[in-house]
Design a protein around this ligand. Structure first.
Ligand code: ZN
Length: 324
């Protein structure tokens, strides 16, 4: 099978999964309404409210009034949802019993993430790789893995090649021993073009091919997840929680994300802190030095990133391999 055929087959599988998600959600809803009929009435009220408000908003020509109406609709919708959650809990069900449960909360089982141009979600890429692997045709994927890693591209002078060989063996041991690694976290640090991202991708590839779940994300996309969570426009959005919960999180290019007041630092701290508390593994690649990390994120975040009892730091030095 070609990659395109695998993609088509996998998209069909994702469509089935979404249908299943919806059926299960409907079944939970039916069960909840059977136990607490008021929930059914509230759901109807919520739908009527949205429909009525939508008609009113469309008929309104004044932009400020339209916005006010939309705000009010949202507030009333939230109040109804809060009431439903209370009723669920009172009846001994979880507050989120009526929410759709996705196999992948990041893409909500669509396989895609981001606005146009959307790209495949990591879960999709992972499944795609597995399919192709099973199919015995990994060719043409341009995959970055330990098998393809070639330290000979680095010059010998200044010990750059030797250092890269060491970095590779440390990363490979980490990936092979996951989750029983010598150090729980890895920080790959040094200037651009020295092989950090390549090795981060190698770790991801090895750990996922061993059957573990991992998420690989650029700091910029991680920031988007934080921002979206912070705005709270989409109540069902929990891409950020997914980052906290995944067994192995690999963050590439830390330091390139926007620094937004109340978001970047707070969320990054929460992410690192909760992952450490839950003993989950994190790999970070960054162009920043330890001192620069402290300066950008402050002591609180930097100390969690660089905690010597938890983390092995691998320093990359030398000539940019992309320019040789
Ligand atoms: Zn996904």
């Amino acid at each position: 099978m070609t990659r395109a055929e695998h993609v088509r087959a996998l998209l069909a599988e994702y469509a089935q999964q979404r249908a299943l998600d919806e059926r299960e959600q409907q079944a939970r809803l039916d069960a909840a309404v059977a136990r607490v009929p008021e929930i059914g009435q509230l759901r109807q009220e919520s739908a009527d409210l949205a429909f009525g408000a939508m008609r009113g908003i469309l008929g309104e020509t004044d932009a400020a009034r339209r916005q006010a109406m939309a705000q009010e609709m949202k507030a009333r919708g939230r109040a109804i949802n809060a009431r439903i959650r209370r009723l669920l809990v009172e009846a001994g069900m979880p507050a989120d019993a009526l929410e759709t449960r996705y196999r992948c909360p990041v893409c909500k089982d669509t396989g895609y993430v981001g606005d146009a141009p959307a790209r495949f979600c990591d879960c999709f890429e992972q499944r795609l790789r597995l399919r192709q692997h099973e199919d015995g045709s990994m060719a043409g994927l341009g995959e970055q893995n330990f098998e393809r890693f070639n330290a000979a591209v680095a010059p010998e002078e200044g010990g750059q090649r030797e250092q890269l060989v060491k970095a590779r063996s440390l990363c490979e041991r980490y990936a092979d021993s996951f989750p029983d690694t010598d150090f729980r976290n890895l920080v790959l640090t040094g200037e651009g073009g020295l092989g950090k991202t390549f090795l981060l991708n190698c770790v991801f590839e090895r750990v996922t091919s061993r059957g573990f779940t991992a998420v690989r994300i650029t700091a910029f996309r991680m920031f988007e997840a934080m921002r979206q969570q912070h705005m709270g426009n989409d109540e069902k959005y929990d891409g950020f929680s997914a980052l906290i919960g995944v067994p192995l999180l690999l963050i590439d290019d830390l330091g390139t994300e926007p620094m937004m007041r109340n978001i970047t630092l707070e969320y990054l701290f929460t992410l690192l802190n909760e992952r450490i508390a839950a003993k989950r593994h994190t790999v970070v690649a960054t162009n920043l030095t330890a001192a620069q990390l402290k300066e950008r994120y402050g002591e609180r975040v930097a100390s969690r990133l660089l905690d010597r009892s938890l983390c092995a730091a691998v320093l990359f030095r030398g000539k940019d391999l992309r320019r040789l």
